[in-house]
Design a protein around this ligand. Structure first.
Ligand code: CP
Length: 358
């Protein structure tokens, strides 16, 4: 059983704590780890554009003394000739010791992990999850707030398509006393399955339409970009763009101890004049992300066995109802589901379908 990192939420509390502790140790003494991955190779398969995730994985591996191969444009690889995800991953796993993959389809990381002979790290699978961004975010919160519990966390913007938002809520809902304030339009609201997770964990959450009305309550504000590339049409995007903008007037309503995070890239949702406010830590966050990934790579290559709490799965040949699920594009992948109440939940993309109607 390989130690893939598909969904951070499946790691145990102690696994997560160990990664955070190691990231802090590396940050304090990077020289000690400069040859920790000597002789190891990372494959970076980026089927979607990326600056931070791709380059922080690459620089993390190089700073650990390892090397990197891969592509940042699948059209420059044999994907352009029609090669399947299975074949690409199988081949690259023969050349490398660990793979970081970003892909536009939901559940693609889980799909890739089925055919890889080395650990696969999910570097973002469509609108689904982005676990290493969440690691970045929790390391940032640990350092900047000094704790991961009893925080009132505002999440603002595209909460529907923002995979970083989904991953962060899933992870932070496990820490005691965290409350979530969800600031979005109805059209860009948080998916039901994330609300279900907050309910299951007993977390308080509120949905509100404006940033101003909650600014003074927040310990953390997590701003997000409206994700143009995930909209069905340009008209739908135009109707949502520019609704939420953090500027100096709104920031003035926040606590002195507030920390503003953003996974970046930003478009227009934070004005540049607040960048130098000490509460805005989104550029430091990108650096913490590199250390978080160094810790993750190191522990994974050292053979850490993450304690995945995985249930029994069943096959339903009728498949997943999510058109963006990898199983609807790479048809050889087994159509695996897990039972949850009256629902079948896709093992790849977490889409729920009713057992009665399926
Ligand atoms: N935060 C993040 O995932 O940024 P990139 O898309 O540039 O990797």
């Amino acid at each position: 059983m390989l130690n893939h990192i598909i969904d951070l939420e499946l790691l145990s509390f102690s696994d997560l704590q160990e990664i955070i502790r190691l990231a802090e140790k590396i940050m304090k003494n990077p020289q000690k780890y400069a040859e920790a991955c000597k002789g190891k190779i990372m494959g970076t398969l980026f089927y979607e554009p990326s600056t931070r995730t791709q380059m922080s994985f690459q620089s993390a591996m190089l700073r650990l003394g390892g090397t990197v191969v891969g592509f940042d444009n699948p059209m420059n690889s044999s994907v352009a000739k029609g090669e399947s995800l299975k074949d690409t991953v199988k081949v690259v796993s023969g050349y490398t010791d660990i793979i970081a993959m970003r892909h536009p389809l939901e559940g693609s990381a889980k799909g890739a992990s089925l055919y890889s002979d080395v650990p696969v790290i999910n570097a973002g699978d469509g609108g689904h999850l982005h676990p290493t961004q969440t690691l970045t975010d929790v390391v940032t919160l640990q350092i900047e707030k000094g704790r991961l519990n009893h925080l009132t966390i505002g999440l603002c913007g595209d909460l529907k398509n923002g995979r970083t938002v989904h991953s962060l809520i899933k992870t932070m809902s496990h820490f005691e006393g965290n409350r979530f304030i969800l600031i979005s339009t109805k059209e860009l609201g948080i998916p039901q399955y994330i609300k279900d997770i907050m309910d299951e964990q007993g977390c308080e959450y509120f949905e509100v339409p404006t940033l101003q009305e909650v600014m003074s309550d927040l310990d953390v504000l997590y701003m997000t970009r409206i994700q143009r590339e995930r909209f069905g049409s340009e008209e739908e995007y135009q109707a949502q763009k520019g609704i939420y903008v953090l500027d100096s007037q709104k920031l003035a309503l926040g606590k002195k101890s507030l920390k503003v995070l953003h996974p970046l890239p930003r478009v227009d949702e934070i004005t540049v004049d607040v960048d130098d406010d000490p509460r805005c830590v989104y550029f430091q966050q990108t650096v913490y992300g590199m250390y978080a990934r160094m810790a993750l790579i190191l522990l994974t290559l050292e053979g850490a066995k993450y304690s995945y709490a995985k249930g029994k799965t069943i096959i339903d040949e009728r498949g997943c109802t999510n058109p963006k699920c990898i199983t609807n594009h790479e048809s050889y992948m087994p159509k695996e589901f897990r039972k949850k109440g009256d629902y079948l939940v896709c093992e790849y993309c977490d889409t729920h379908k009713s057992m009665r109607n399926s």
